[in-house]
Design a protein around this ligand. Structure first.
Ligand code: DX5
Ligand code: ZN
Length: 225
C-alpha cells in the first residue's frame, strides 16, 4: 500500500498556544507539520517567518514542511534551513531562476518542492522534476485557509502521478487546500500521497479522531498499481 502522510497546517492553529497545538497534532498522529509562509506581496496575506519556524523546530521532532508563498524566494531560503525546515517548497512564478532555487534549497541541506497553483500548468515540471523531492498541487488559490477544494485539481493530480511514476524515484505528491475527511479518499485515489489539512484538523474538536477518520478513508482509496 502507498505510504500516506498527513501534514496539518499551522495556519489554522491557535497561535497564542502554538507549542501546545504542535504537541497535540504530533500526539494525534501527524506525519509532518505544514508551515505556511505568506508575505502580503506574492499572496494577499501575512503569516509567519523563520523565527516562528525555529520555535516550531524546538517543539517537535516531526519534519517541518515549509511552504513559501513569498517573492523573491532565494534570499529567505537559508534562514528557513537554519530555522530547522526539512522541506522547502516554492512557487515557480516567485523565482527568477527555478533550477537555481532548487539547487540552493539542496545546498542548504533541505529537500526541495515545487508548488503549482490552480492555473499553473504541469509543464513547469518538464525540466526540473528529476531534481525535486516533492510536487505540491494547490487545490485552492494560495493565501487563506478554509477555502473550497477546486475539483480540477483531481485531474492535475492524476497527470502529476503519471509523471512521477514514470520517473521511478520517490517524489512526494502533496495536495494543499480544502482537504477534508469527506474528500480525502477521492484525492488519494487521484494520486496524492501527502495531505495538507489546516481547518479540517485544527478546526475540529478532537485532532486524533479527525486524523484517524482521514486514515481510514485513505485505507479505502483505490490506487492503480
Ligand atoms: C493556503 C495554504 C494552505 C492552508 C490550507 O494558501 O497554503 O496550507 O493552510 O488550509 P485548509 O486545509 O483549511 O484549506
Ligand atoms: Zn500550504
Amino acid at each position: 500500500m502507498r505510504r500516506y502522510r498527513i501534514a496539518p497546517s499551522i495556519l489554522s492553529a491557535d497561535f497564542a498556544r502554538l507549542g501546545e497545538e504542535i504537541a497535540r497534532v504530533e500526539q494525534a498522529g501527524a506525519d509532518m507539520i505544514h508551515f505556511d509562509v505568506m508575505d502580503n506581496h506574492y499572496v494577499p496575506n501575512l503569516s509567519v517567518g523563520p523565527m516562528v519556524c525555529a520555535a516550531v523546530r524546538r517543539s517537535t521532532r516531526l519534519d517541518i514542511d515549509v511552504h513559501l508563498m513569498v517573492k523573491p524566494v532565494d534570499p529567505i531560503v537559508d534562514e528557513f534551513a537554519k530555522a530547522g525546515a526539512s522541506l522547502i517548497s516554492f512557487h515557480p512564478e516567485a523565482s527568477e531562476h527555478v533550477d537555481r532555487t532548487i539547487g540552493l534549497i539542496h545546498e542548504c541541506g533541505c529537500r526541495a518542492g515545487l508548488v503549482l497553483n490552480p492555473a499553473t500548468p504541469l509543464v513547469w515540471l518538464d525540466d526540473v522534476l528529476h531534481a525535486l523531492d516533492l510536487v505540491l498541487i494547490m487545490s485552492v488559490n494560495p493565501g487563506f485557509a478554509g477555502q473550497a477544494f477546486i475539483p480540477h485539481s483531481l485531474e492535475k493530480l492524476r497527470q502529476a502521478r503519471r509523471r512521477i511514476d514514470a520517473l521511478g524515484r520517490e517524489v512526494l505528491l502533496e495536495i494543499d487546500g480544502g482537504v477534508k475527511v469527506d474528500n480525502i479518499r477521492e484525492i488519494a485515489s487521484a494520486g496524492a500521497d501527502t495531505f495538507v489539512a489546516g481547518s479540517a484538523v485544527f478546526g475540529s474538536r478532537d485532532y486524533a479522531a479527525t486524523m484517524a477518520k482521514m486514515r481510514s478513508e485513505l485505507e479505502a482509496a483505490t490506487v492503480s498499481p
